[in-house]
Design a binder for this molecule. Structure first.
Ligand SMILES: CC(C)(COP(=O)(O)OP(=O)(O)OC[C@H]1O[C@@H](n2cnc3c(N)ncnc32)[C@H](O)[C@@H]1OP(=O)(O)O)[C@@H](O)C(=O)NCCC(=O)NCCS
Length: 160
């Protein structure tokens, strides 16, 4: 598998080419209902996501977009990063691509001078929690019922 994948890293949405832009939007639409709440019910419109002034790490497998991670820029000035949406295309899940994306993110963030990375997910998103814990993240804060009754928001972090 190793020789067939590659990464593209964009330090701002403005750098993203049209083909990749469309691919990122398609990934978000395809994963819409995997998220709680669904992405289409959030404040940020899916079409606008690739235009954000954020950083994007795109994973390609045999030239096709297989996954993406977005780093929102809220905490950049204090040398900490926040991982927003992480999506692996349904056809490529449970093959280790999620972990590849997280590990590559850690490398890129270190090179960008970031010392701490945080993210959050919801309590029954075991694929996300397992993926993050396998990559060295630890849970540090829970907001009970934040995503609905019995569905908590789980914060995880990792020092770099
Ligand atoms: C979360 C997500 C990115 C994981 O991607 P992935 O490529 O399937 O992850 P990996 O194959 O690297 O799996 C990492 C670990 O997570 C666990 N895992 C993956 N899918 C799982 C599932 N459905 N249930 C339980 N654990 C799961 C496994 O422990 C796996 O480790 P292993 O392969 O050694 O067993 C992917 O499921 C996804 O895109 N989900 C929809 C969007 C989402 O929920 N994003 C995260 C919140 S922002």
């Amino acid at each position: 598998m190793t020789e067939k994948y590659s990464f593209d890293y964009f330090k701002t949405g403005k750098e993203i080419d049209e083909r990749t832009r469309k691919g990122i939007i398609e990934l978000h639409y395809a994963a819409d209902k995997d998220f709680i709440p669904p992405l289409s019910r959030r404040r940020q419109k899916i079409e606008d996501i690739p235009d954000l002034n954020s950083r994007f790490l795109v994973l390609k497998y045999e030239g096709r977009i297989a996954g993406v991670i977005i780093f929102w820029d809220y905490y950049w000035k204090c040398r900490s990063a926040y991982i927003g949406n992480t999506i692996v295309s349904r056809n490529f899940r449970k093959l280790g691509f999620g972990q590849l994306l997280i590990k590559e993110s850690v490398k890129r963030l270190r090179l960008d001078g970031i010392h701490l990375v945080k993210t959050n997910t919801w309590s029954n998103n075991m694929s996300s929690i397992n993926m993050l814990e396998k990559c060295g993240f630890t849970k540090y804060y829970t907001v009970r019922d934040a995503r609905g009754k019995g569905i908590h928001k789980i914060w995880l972090r990792r020092s770099l």
